[in-house]
Write a protein that binds this ligand. Structure first.
Ligand code: ADP
Ligand code: ZN
Ligand code: ZN
Length: 799
């Protein structure tokens, strides 16, 4: 047997498939999707089996494959196939995609193997009871020997990267004697052996409860490890280490089960359509367009129940940011132990354990952020993508996949429906629904009949400010005061973190920039430093202009930290929580802030766009936007769409329960259509207007786009390569295809690399994929000269 293997070697980006001979003693263990260890040059490296065959065209001496790593192949045949199609589509390498599909701890770097302390392993000449570096094992004969030695041992070889990758073990104690023996021992024990007697009594009275874990015995009976050890020594109990899962939801109680909600007519209609597709095993994509609070989540949960009732599984994607404890609790309350959760706030160990529960078929529902789209679920009956317009579904680094496209692929593979839900669908999805490529379902009313909040615009050009700064209008501050007097709560959004976002010298006009990037440095009061938001560079806050030594320097561009300081001054006694990247770095901090706000331990939640989505706090009656314009003048073609989306989403946080909500939006551009239409929360009119803008500018969804970025340490090298690519594409592509650039990227230098870009806009270009793969291959060559080329299919941001 011969295995086709993709090796997992970071430094070598290649999709070349290497062939290895499979020794007959492991033929039974190996499958397509197996993770293996193979010799690769002088090293032994990890790889993935993407095919098995009897024959090969390879001439020359084929090397032996060394070890099959896992009992169950980590990749299903579906995922192996998906990786091939996806690599082709998004101009990435297959190994990159395979890595993205697996928990981090299973990725490259696996060099060590842990030999269990079994008697036979101890016969191995190099055994020390510790992980052994695979590279130190001299040859394949030795590995073969390990395999045969361990064959009849119940101990298994384990591979470790570091402690995070280790499976979590817990000691378990089983009875070593016949039950009646314990009574005899108990009767002969000395009177003062209190703890031992207690243990024996527990065994006698609760024989069936054994084996018990160390935790149960220690916490439950108050026994010490010493007592347990001596019981093992006396051969009363047998100790065994068993694997346990780390449970990220351990803190959640299942007793908060809400009564099932009866759907309204619109919800019921949407559910019926989706249920029909589940029944008929139809790979149909639905766009569920429903205003904030219209009860989309309820529709998802009913549809998931439907899929489970058919014996199938369900995958639900939500933006990282709305994977709030609230949301997880809701799903968990409905589906209990069937649910696995995957998101970045989990520890690597927790992710690994959740992933393995899914792979082993122990869970039926997966809720997770972008990369959960690769969850190794079998027999999927429904896929849901909530807030489908979120740009975070597109990964911005290699592999640049869009979870929505992957979901469409999987829905076809599993013959199941895909539901895209949003209050503000992306223009592309809405346009596809218009053309009946997607099936449009609408929820037009708030589910609990609550009115949409009233929205008022505050024109910052003609306004009185509260206090001495130009950030908070008197009107907004008064409105906050009124709410706080009534013991209601307020959410304030400013989509800019830090204290100030640049330093300007009033003498000479100097702006302090990052030494590595072409961006200004931000002032952070929490760390008392100037920070680059692109590369993390920090330096002390200057007291004089570094250019002319003048003391006339100003810090401009207000961030959340500054607003917090102003609020503390203007509203003494108000309790304020700030939520942004800086306050949520530590694991669990996100949940802590939201829990505190939910328990009304604070009056005001101030944050970046993190707080705009998904939050459901009944006591919040006022939402204030400090500056609606932060994203409006980005040069991205979709800046208006993103602004409209964000304002509509954040407005939806107000007045979700009995009390009516109010929204105040501060802006310097009250006449801009994105802001005007966000005021009336009129998605349909926005869609109509924006589609005209896109049509006039030849932008998506009227055109497809591909962005080619070229980076180099020397600017002229990047430029030269970019022009070369442009010449090549111009020669090969249709005349009506638009090729823009090369131009320096909007941020022309990041981490000391210069960036140039070319944007291709096209309607039909059947050869483009082939041409760009050619460009990508030549990038391998270019790499030698310090150049890198990235190709982004349908980029979220075009600068
Ligand atoms: P969306 O996801 O569309 O923003 P949610 O699903 O969060 O909306 O629903 C908003 C609120 O309405 C929630 O508190 C939910 O429990 C409630 N709700 C949903 N469906 C119904 C219904 N049919 N009847 C009454 N209340 C409902
Ligand atoms: Zn100066
Ligand atoms: Zn920088």
């Amino acid at each position: 047997m011969i295995a086709q293997v993709i090796v997992d070697v970071a430094a070598r980006q290649t999709d070349r498939v290497f062939e290895y001979h499979v020794p007959s003693d492991i033929e039974k263990e190996i499958q397509v999707g197996s993770r293996v260890v193979v010799p690769f040059g002088p090293r032994k490296v990890q790889g993935f089996v993407i095919g098995l065959s009897e024959t090969s065209n390879f001439k020359g001496k084929m090397k032996d494959l060394l070890v099959v790593v896992d009992e169950m192949p980590p990749l299903t045949p579906e995922l192996v196939k998906l990786s091939a199609d996806l690599a082709q589509n998004i101009y990435s390498y297959r190994i990159k995609i395979l890595q993205a599909m697996l928990p981090w701890v299973m990725r490259a770097g696996y060099r060590k193997l842990l030999l269990p302390a079994s008697p036979k392993a101890k016969e191995m000449p190099f055994f020390q009871g510790d992980p052994i570096d695979l590279n130190k094992i001299i040859d394949s004969t030795q590995i073969k020997k390990i395999r045969s030695l361990l064959k009849n041992d119940d101990a298994k070889i384990e591979y470790v990267v570091d402690n995070k990758a280790k499976k979590k073990k817990e000691n378990q104690y089983a009875l070593a004697l016949a039950p009646e023996e314990y009574t005899k021992i108990y009767n002969t024990l000395r009177q003062n052996a209190v703890k031992q007697k207690q243990l024996l009594m527990d065994i006698i009275e609760h024989t069936d409860a054994y084996p018990k874990t160390q935790k149960e015995l220690e916490a439950g009976l108050g026994l010490t490890a010493a007592v347990l050890n001596s019981a093992v020594k006396k051969s009363w109990l047998k100790k065994k280490a068993v694997e346990v899962y780390r449970d990220p939801l351990a803190g959640f109680k299942d007793d908060e089960k809400p009564a099932p909600i009866k759907l309204n007519d619109e919800q019921q209609h949407a559910l019926d359509e989706i249920a029909k597709a589940i029944d008929e095993k139809k790979a149909e994509t639905f766009l569920l367009e429903g205003i904030t609070g219209s009860g989309k989540t309820e529709v998802y949960l009913h549809a998931i129940s439907k899929a489970l009732a058919q014996g199938r599984t369900a995958l639900m994607l939500v933006p990282e940011i709305s994977l709030t404890p609230q949301m997880v609790r809701q799903v968990k309350a409905r589906f209990g132990q069937e649910v696995a959760v995957l998101h970045s706030a989990l520890s690597e160990g927790e992710k690994y354990d959740e992933w393995r529960r899914i792979r082993r078929g122990e869970t039926k529902v997966v809720v997770g952020a972008r990369s959960a789209v690769f969850a190794p679920l079998k027999n999927i009956g429904l896929i849901v993508i909530d807030e489908e317009h979120e740009s975070s579904y597109k990964q911005e680094s290699d592999p640049r996949y869009n979870a929505r496209d992957v979901a469409i692929w999987r829905s076809k593979y599993h013959h199941c429906p895909l539901v895209l839900g949003s209050a503000t669908p992306s223009l592309g999805s809405r346009a596809r629904a218009q053309k009946n490529v997607y099936h449009l379902l609408r929820l037009t009313k708030r589910a609990n009949n609550k009115k949409l909040p009233k929205v008022r615009l505050i024109d910052l050009k003609h306004v009185q400010f509260a206090g001495g700064q130009f950030d908070l209008s008197l009107e907004l501050v008064d409105a906050i005061k009124k709410r706080l007097e009534k013991k209601e709560q307020v959410i304030l959004m400013l989509n800019r973190r830090g204290f100030a976002n640049f330093m300007l010298c009033r003498e000479c006009g100097f702006v302090l920039k990052c030494p590595n990037c072409d961006v200004s440095l931000n002032l952070h009061k929490d760390t008392n430093s100037m920070q680059c938001h692109y590369c993390g560079h920090t330096e002390p806050i200057p007291t004089r202009c570094p250019n002319c030594q003048s003391s006339q320097i100003r810090f401009l561009g207000t961030g959340t930290q500054k607003v917090q300081e102003e609020l503390e001054e203007l509203l003494p006694g108000a309790r304020i929580l700030r939520m942004d990247v800086d306050t949520t770095r530590r694991k669990g901090s996100y949940k802590k802030i939201l829990d505190a706000f939910g328990n009304h331990e604070a009056d005001i939640l101030l944050g970046t766009q993190m707080i705009a989505k998904g939050l459901d706090f009944p006591n919040v009656t006022l939402v204030g936007v400090i500056n609606a314009d932060t994203g409006l003048w980005f040069s991205d073609y979709n800046a208006s769409e993103k602004t409209f989306e964000l304002l509509t989403q954040v407005a939806g946080r107000a007045g979700r329960a009995d009390k009516e909500g109010e929204v105040l939006i501060q802006t310097y551009n009250p006449e801009h259509y994105a802001i005007q239409l966000a005021k009336t929360q009129d998605y349909e009119r926005f869609y109509g207007y924006e589609m005209n803008v896109r049509h006039a500018g030849n932008y998506p969804p009227y055109f497809f786009t591909v962005l080619i970025s070229i980076a180099a340490k020397k600017e002229q090298n990047a430029a030269r390569e970019a022009f070369k690519i442009k010449r090549y594409l111009t020669k090969e592509l249709h005349a009506e295809t638009i090729i823009l650039g090369p131009t320096p990227s909007a941020i022309s230098r990041v981490k000391n690399q210069y960036y140039y870009q070319i944007l291709v806009k096209y309607k039909k270009e059947p050869n483009l994929n082939k041409l760009l793969h050619h460009v990508q291959d030549s990038a391998q060559e270019a790499k030698k000269y310090g150049l890198s080329i990235f190709i982004d299919n349908e980029p979220e941001r075009i600068m």
